[in-house]
Structures are given as structure tokens and as C-alpha cells.
Design a protein around this ligand. Structure first.
Ligand SMILES: [Zn+2]
Length: 148
């Protein structure tokens, strides 16, 4: 199930030669005293875009959802959630190839992601049944030709 994401709870100090692991929400780094406020809001962006994408997805606004989820995925490359949902959007629009690409990318970030695995399995079943359907059509054509 897709859930709203919580923002990051840790902020790594980005100031030169520091790298201290701080609690999110701190105004200044506990080691070097460098300002963290601006960076804190940067850390919030992927979750914010994901949540906007999720809202748009449930509201049926697939264009806005795709844009927000793509931004979230770009900003948080190790987070599978935006890619899983983006894949679902592609699948709903009938673009199974793009959907599969998204789910494979999600699995690169999280190899046992249950939803991504389930979606890929279902996509494979659809592709397999399409192949069978095409074979069936060819067989019917052959029979039709033979009848002539
Ligand atoms: Zn620092």
C-alpha cells in the first residue's frame, strides 16, 4: 500500500569537513555551528513532492502526479516509493514498458520492495497473455487461409 512519507529525521552537516549527523529540524550543526535551516528544507523536498504526487494520483490528476513523482524520484534516488507509484501511473495509461522501467529502478534501490515485485509479476502476466493472444490470432488467420 502506498503511504504518505515522513520527512528525513537526520541531517548530515554539509559544511566543509564536518559531516556531523544531526537531528532534523536543528537550526545549527551540533559540531561546527554551521547553519542547517536551509538544508533542512532541501531534505524535505523529496517527501513533499512525493506527497503532492500521491494526492494528485488519488485525485485522478495523472499529469501533476507524474511531474511530482518524477521530481521526488530525482531528488531522492535511493527511495523506491516515487518510482513504484510512477510505474502504476504509466501502467494505467497503458505504457507497460515505461512502468516496468520504473519498477526495475525501484528494485535497484530496494531489491525486496513488495509492491514493485507484485507489479512486475502482474505486468509479466499481462505481457505473457498478450503473446498468447497474438499466437492465437495467427493460428486463426492460418486456419482462415486454409479454409479458402
Ligand atoms: Zn557541522
Amino acid at each position: 500500500m502506498t503511504t504518505v512519507q515522513a520527512a528525513a529525521s537526520r541531517i548530515i552537516c554539509p559544511h566543509q569537513d564536518c559531516g556531523r549527523d544531526n537531528d532534523a529540524g536543528r537550526q545549527a550543526c551540533s559540531a561546527c555551528g554551521g547553519a542547517l535551516e536551509a538544508f533542512t528544507s532541501l531534505y524535505l523536498l523529496p517527501a513533499w513532492f512525493y506527497n503532492q504526487g500521491l494526492l494528485a494520483y488519488h485525485a485522478g490528476n495523472s499529469q501533476k502526479a507524474a511531474l511530482c513523482l518524477r521530481l521526488s524520484a530525482e531528488l531522492a534516488s535511493s527511495d523506491p516509493a516515487p518510482r513504484v507509484l510512477l510505474g502504476k501511473l504509466h501502467a494505467q495509461r497503458g505504457d507497460l514498458d515505461a512502468a516496468i522501467t520504473c519498477w526495475l529502478e525501484a528494485l535497484e534501490a530496494a531489491p525486496r520492495h513488495e509492491t514493485a515485485l507484485t507489479c512486475l509479476f502482474e505486468a509479466k502476466q499481462i505481457l505473457d497473455s498478450r503473446k498468447k493472444g497474438m499466437k492465437g490470432q495467427k493460428g486463426q488467420k492460418r486456419r482462415a487461409i486454409r479454409r479458402k
